[in-house]
Design a protein around this ligand. Structure first.
Ligand code: NAP
Length: 337
């Protein structure tokens, strides 16, 4: 085992689009587990859109990441040294262990991952926070029902691809919006979405969504906001529900876009729009994950990952995810299993 730990630090706060200069690869001494702690060797780490918010000096709902410290993020690894009888050496664990090769953690900071359930990397994606976001967004916020029409933006990403698939499992007609022809083919051919379009090749989203969903939109799972969501809002049916999950089109803007004011639509359509954070459902993660794992095992939920190798490439993976270089969940492989 090496005697040093490589970490990726946040060293400056981005304005507008982040760049690799906002991060630095730093070598630090190997951490030593204290009584009750374990030393974890990281296998995979996650790059997620919410991390952009945590790079701000004032994050809105979660603490900012301090400058000159390791980037905090979900990671999955293996216990290589244990001073806690609850975690055997060799056990797979996950937690907010950061963009680094090794971390020490106590039992409150990690949970055991069962490698027989699915590949352990899925704990960062379909069987982790993004998958749970899709699950609760669909079942709780949208109150999705069989026979209804579901529209998903950001449909080929970690959350969106699962949201659309759960919609199909629940018996909905599912339409997706994503960037690029290859993603559209994946949604239609592999994930069995009923309809999909490439937003990068369109400017009239209202018309395109109307063509995609001739029966209108009963449920809109919004990951992106901006002009796409304006087009979606103009296509909702009476009693529609809109789940505001993410607004990624706005995250790297210095000033948020001022769009057309379309909220009158909510009045005339007696519709409901609700934002949510997956953490609100933390007490119910267990049963939700059991259900999701069953769907994965039965082949009803397909997991796809875009994998970038090397801790030093984590900033590049993050920036790539923000630009849409991922299909499914973007993760970084830090070490071989
Ligand atoms: N509320 C919650 O608790 C919660 C939890 C997790 C995630 N989220 C939100 O859910 C959304 C998706 O997260 P994720 O982890 O699944 O990320 P992701 O979809 O796997 O990756 C981000 C995707 O956003 C798309 N994108 C980037 N810029 C865009 C733009 N200007 N317009 C439209 N699409 C754009 C890109 O796909 P294209 O190639 O299709 O552009 C990119 O692949 C994010 O907004 C995130 O903040 C919310």
């Amino acid at each position: 085992m090496s005697d040093c730990n490589r970490q990726v630090w946040l060293v400056s706060r981005p304005t507008g689009w982040p760049s690799e200069e906002n991060f630095r690869l730093v070598e630090t001494p190997m951490p030593v587990p204290g009584e009750g702690q374990v030393l974890v060797r990281m296998l995979y780490t996650s790059v997620d859109p919410y991390l952009r918010g945590r790079m701000r000096e004032r994050a809105s709902y979660i603490d900012p990441i301090p400058l000159d410290s390791v980037m905090q993020a979900s990671s999955v690894g293996r216990v290589v040294q244990s001073r806690n009888p609850k975690f055997a050496e060799g056990a797979y664990v996950g937690g907010m262990l950061g963009w680094q090769e090794y971390a020490v953690a106590g039992e409150r900071e990690i949970r055991t991952i069962d490698p027989t359930l699915a590949p352990v990397s899925t704990a960062l994606g379909i069987l982790g926070m993004p998958g749970l976001t899709a699950y609760f967004g669909l079942t709780e916020i949208l109150q999705a029902k069989a026979g209804e029409i579901l529209l998903v933006s950001g449909a080929a990403g970690a959350v969106g691809s699962v949201a659309g698939q759960i919609g199909k499992i629940l018996g909905m007609r599912v339409a997706g919006i994503a960037g690029g022809e290859a993603k559209i083919r994946w949604l239609l051919d592999d994930l069995k979405f009923d309809a999909a379009y490439d937003y990068q090749a369109e400017s009239d989203h209202r018309a395109r969504i109307a063509a995609l969903c001739p029966g209108g939109v009963d449920c809109y799972f919004d990951n992106v906001g901006g002009a796409i969501s304006d087009g979606a809002l103009l296509n909702i049916n009476e009693r529609a529900r809109i789940a505001i999950c993410g607004q990624i089109s706005q995250y790297n803007l210095d000033k948020p876009e001022m769009g057309p004011r379309l909220l009158f639509q909510l009045i005339v359509k007696r519709a409901r729009m609700e934002g949510f954070l997956v953490f609100d459902f933390a007490k119910r993660y267990g049963p939700a994950l059991t259900q999701m794992a069953e769907w994965v095992r039965a082949g009803r939920l397909i997991s796809r990952e875009t994998v970038i190798d090397g801790i030093e490439n984590t900033p590049r993976a993050f920036l790539g995810m923000m630009r849409g270089e991922n299909t499914g969940k973007m993760i970084v492989r830090i070490a071989a299993e």
